[in-house]
Design a protein around this ligand. Structure first.
Ligand code: ADP
Length: 493
């Protein structure tokens, strides 16, 4: 089976969040199951050696922004071909993937990711200039979603299209004058097409024009069909419920495992977890300027600082965390007011709160190893990877019961403790009261070493490897192979 897998970020090349981790690991798991996989991503300036990659096709200039070239590289550590969409006017620039240095979305994101979707569609046509035609096109999030309406509009024989939602909060909505500029038909600009409150919504385009929809956990698949989680598209999703499924993300244990992690001052495994974590904790306390106190429960958060992540709740319970003799270490970046508030808190409580603003892969690993608890008070969480990594590091996740957090963490209730199935602490609803109570439970647990160690070792034994998810995706792809599809003859819905 030939699979074209398109994503706007891929670990370890470029990453802003969990999407990159998925796009860096799932293709390799699919290739290991025998699929012929090709990856597609923009040739961002930050990609090392991109200019040296051989040119394998010229796609022309569909939007008047200069020629688009396809270059071929490889996904690091594998021999999976990585096709880079090289358009210097759109992708060769400083700043982050989606925003400029001052944190504003690039004003031409509509065309940048319009082109990515267009290129994915063009390379999926029977007359692709590459002479390799996928059976399945797998699209991820709004940045690649336009490939679906392009293929429907162009017609002819097209691959099965799978669209995976990593987060409903990011939709890619733009002014409708874009429809003709992108060469898409006005007939798709309707309520049943990609029109959304008088804008074109790239996310909705994926939801409407793909054959199958997936999201990254079973609970989130249910949640997004309700108004509270659907960001206005719950009706569209409910209409497509028969085509929508939740496939839980995995963890790449070749990257996230404390026994082989090159970022850690001290590596450890299940047999040496207590000593290993103590050593990592001491080093982190030193490096972050916290007093070296082995007895203080260390809570950590590794996160984007956004409303989704419930970071404001964390801020409001900090005084109580501090009063109970715990420490808190944050690695994150995002909304300015949250960055400022945590910086101020660290300044006024240097004995207990330490903050590292910015993005650091190394520091993320070190925090996972050093912390006793990782806090994720998310209001919604499509899957969440941080809690899955935490378990492997013997760090107890403290999570709000939503989305993938609900699907991966087993709360340390009395029954779960007796059964030996507990892997963390779960609370609801997403309120500061419920979070504070849960943190108090965590601190109580921390004082009971035997119970704490039992939960740690259950967590470390969990296997969220990608092979399970890969097999579920393959079953889905299989149902879309030519002859097995229904209702998708290349016509617009
Ligand atoms: P999301 O994709 O919503 O940001 P996930 O939990 O699915 O959340 O994935 C987050 C990923 O991003 C994890 O690999 C986590 O380690 C990483 N991450 C988040 N914030 C930072 C940061 N400031 N520095 C380094 N890694 C980070």
């Amino acid at each position: 089976m030939r699979l074209l897998f398109a994503s706007s970020e891929i670990f370890p090349l470029v990453k802003t969040g969990g999407l990159a981790d998925v796009a860096g690991a799932l293709p390799a798991a699919l290739a290991a199951e025998g699929l012929d996989v090709r990856l597609l991503m923009p040739a961002y300036r930050s990609l090392p050696g991109r200019g040296d990659c051989p040119e394998i096709a010229r796609l022309g200039d569909p939007f008047g922004r200069g020629d688009t070239i396809i270059r071929e590289s490889r996904l690091p550590g594998t021999d999976i071909p990585l096709w880079l969409v090289d358009n210097p006017a759109l992708f060769d620039r400083d700043g982050s993937l989606y925003q400029d240095d001052s944190g504003r979305d690039w004003p031409d994101n509509d065309i940048r990711f319009g082109l990515l979707g267009w290129a994915a569609a063009r390379l999926s046509q029977v007359n692709s200039p590459l002479g390799w035609v996928p059976d399945i096109l797998h699209l991820h999030d709004w940045q690649t979603a336009l490939a679906a309406p392009y293929l429907r509009a162009w017609g002819g024989q097209i691959p099965g299209i799978v669209f995976t939602i990593h987060n409903m909060a990011y939709q890619g909505c733009f002014a409708p004058d874009l429809v003709p500029r992108l060469g898409l038909p006005w007939s798709f600009y309707t309520m049943d097409g990609f029109e959304y409150w008088s804008q074109i919504s790239y996310l909705k385009a994926g939801l409407v024009y793909a054959d199958r929809l997936t999201t990254v956990s079973p609970t989130y698949a249910r949640e997004i069909q309700s108004p509270a989680f659907g960001f206005g598209l719950d009706g569209v999703l409910a209409n497509r419920a028969a085509d929508l499924s939740g496939i839980l993300n995995g963890a790449d244990y070749s990257v996230w495992d404390p026994s082989i992690d090159p970022h850690l001052p001290c590596r450890y495994d299940a047999a040496s977890v207590s000593e290993g974590k103590a050593a990592n904790k001491a080093r982190l306390q030193q490096d972050m300027g916290l007093p070296e106190r082995p007895d203080a429960p260390l809570f950590a958060a590794v996160t984007r600082l956004s409303d989704q992540k419930g970071i404001d709740l964390l801020l409001s319970v900090m005084p109580s965390v501090i009063a109970q003799g715990a420490q808190f270490a944050l690695l994150g970046s995002g909304e300015r007011w949250l960055e400022d508030a945590f910086t101020a808190m660290a300044r006024s409580c240097p004995e207990t709160v330490a903050v590292h603003l910015g993005y650091s892969e190394e520091f993320a690993h070190r925090l996972q190893a050093a912390a006793d608890f990782v806090l994720m008070p998310s209001r919604f969480e499509p899957c969440g990877l941080t809690q899955i990594y935490a378990m492997r590091y013997g760090t107890l996740p403290v999570v709000q019961r939503t989305g993938g957090l609900a699907d991966t963490v087993v709360d340390a209730t009395y029954d779960a403790m007796l059964a030996g199935t507990a892997t963390g602490l779960v609370f609801e609803p997403p309120s500061s009261g419920a979070l504070q109570w849960c943190i108090e439970r965590a601190i109580g647990l921390y004082r009971n070493r035997a119970q704490m160690e039992r939960i740690q070792s259950t967590g470390m034994r969990q296997d969220f490897g990608w092979d399970r998810a890969a097999r579920q995706y393959i079953a889905l792809y299989d149902g879309l192979r030519p002859g097995r599809r229904h209702g998708t003859g290349g016509e617009a819905r």
